[in-house]
Design a binder for this molecule. Structure first.
Ligand code: 5GP
Ligand code: MN
Length: 339
């Protein structure tokens, strides 16, 4: 972020403002952690701040400090529209195109509040007055740490801010193991622990709160795991029937795609999840090295994301979506086998 931008934002935040903070639809740990982390900082600096999520998020995120203050656009639309329309500033975190907020797309595009984007995805849209966009960052939470630091307020990072930011860095880095994790990430995480993040408790809250249904759904997913050796690819399918049988709730399939990637020699992993209600197949793609699933998703699956983690969707049936995936793989065989 430019020095002048930081100066301008510091000036802007020097008097109390009405502020709305928004993450992407189906928010993950980084989205909830970054919005709440920033929220605690803004409340401490005397702003009237409110986090609004486009829709619901998994139970394993519903423990963060002030999580119960979050408003949900899909179920509290009128109140949320009022807040967005009267906001002086709208922070958009962990996404970079309004369509990623689903039901909030139109109210955000029509809103007059000044937009500040903080995000680490590729190819940002041009809607924000101030943009802190960096694809090399492990997580938006790491960027919120830098942002508060750049504003000269590192000492306002208290236990609440630290807890939220730690949770988001942890989830977006696969517990500090993805290649986006740098020595700076570790230094920040160490500082967050010193400032009051209880690392062991946070791991427990996120990862050790499984239901029996969720683990049994994982069992089904692993039974469905297929390998396409010549493309160094693996994929998993979950039909709506399989989800129903295991009493699927939001978040139950989070991280399942990574099992494909954990197979020896596999460079590309996919999961295809049927969503009869939305009439789509939700797709998650993961890769190792330089193979870009962001490009693959943009080209074939109406989505995008990062080089090694992207999402998308398909309007074909589950079977046809898998067939499409298999049929495009040969075009990538060279790239996949050169990794
Ligand atoms: P996931 O597979 O966990 O849903 O998403 C992986 C990554 O890609 C996340 O960083 C997520 O924000 C991003 N992502 C997921 N779906 C989309 C999409 O439709 N478009 C774009 N641009 N990014 C996506
Ligand atoms: Mn993120």
């Amino acid at each position: 972020m430019k020095k002048q931008d930081i100066k301008d934002i510091k000036q802007l935040l020097s008097t109390p403002k009405n502020i709305v903070i928004v993450p992407h639809k189906n928010p993950d740990g980084d989205a909830i952690g970054s919005t709440l982390g920033l929220y605690h900082y803004l409340i401490k600096t005397k702003h009237n701040a409110q986090v609004i999520t486009p829709n619901d998020y998994p139970k394993f995120l519903k423990w963060m400090p002030a999580e119960n203050s979050i408003l949900r656009y899909d179920s509290q639309t009128k109140e949320c529209n009022n807040l967005v329309n009267k906001a002086d500033i709208i922070f958009t975190l962990d996404f970079n195109a309004f369509h990623r907020t689903g039901p909030m797309e139109s109210v955000l595009s029509e809103s007059e509040g000044l937009k500040i984007m903080i995000d680490h995805h590729q190819a940002p849209d041009d809607y924000a007055t101030y943009m802190f966009s960096d694809v090399n960052m492990s997580s938006t939470c790491e960027m919120i740490y830098h942002f508060i630091n750049m504003l000269g307020d590192i000492d306002l990072i208290d236990a609440d801010v630290s807890t939220c930011l730690y949770a988001g860095i942890m989830t977006d880095t696969g517990s500090f193991r993805f290649s986006s994790t740098t020595s700076t990430t570790h230094k920040i995480v160490a500082d967050l622990i010193e400032r009051g993040a209880n690392n062991s408790q946070i791991h427990n809250n996120v990862y050790d709160t499984n239901s029996l249904n969720r683990l049994q759904l994982l069992g089904t997913a692993l039974e469905n795991l297929k390998v396409i050796a010549e493309s160094r690819a693996a994929y998993i399918t979950l039909s709506q029937e399989e989800l129903n049988k295991n009493n699927y709730t939001k978040g139950d399939t989070e991280g399942v795609v990574n099992y494909g990637l954990s197979l020896e020699g596999i460079i590309l992993a996919a999961i295809f999840i049927e969503d009869k209600q939305e009439g789509i197949i939700k797709i998650s793609l993961r890769s190792k090295g330089n193979f870009s699933v962001n490009e693959m998703s943009r080209a074939h699956f109406n989505g995008g994301g990062h080089t090694n983690a992207a999402g998308g969707k398909s309007y074909l049936s589950l079977k046809d979506t898998v067939e499409k995936f298999i049929s495009i793989l040969p075009y990538y065989n060279n790239a996949l086998n050169n990794e």
